[in-house]
Design a protein. Structure first.
Length: 67
């Protein structure tokens, strides 16, 4: 249980360090399970831009959690 709490805390800290648009895009995709087209509409961007944003956001999150 302690290890799970530590991992959760690290995840929250990593998410907090992302830019607002990165965090929101990840939330919409992985919490609300929206497709990139719907996220693009909500954030006022193109579908392609959202796909790039999601990819870069996940990569950044992985880097932060790997540290």
């Amino acid at each position: 249980a302690f290890s799970r709490n530590v991992r959760e805390q690290r995840m929250y800290e990593a998410l907090a360090s992302l830019a607002d648009d990165q965090r929101e895009a990840l939330r919409l995709r992985y919490v609300e399970n929206l497709p990139s087209k719907d996220i693009a509409e909500r954030l006022g961007r193109t579908d392609g831009a959202i796909r790039v944003l999601l990819t870069r956001s996940l990569k950044k999150l992985q880097q932060l959690l790997g540290e």
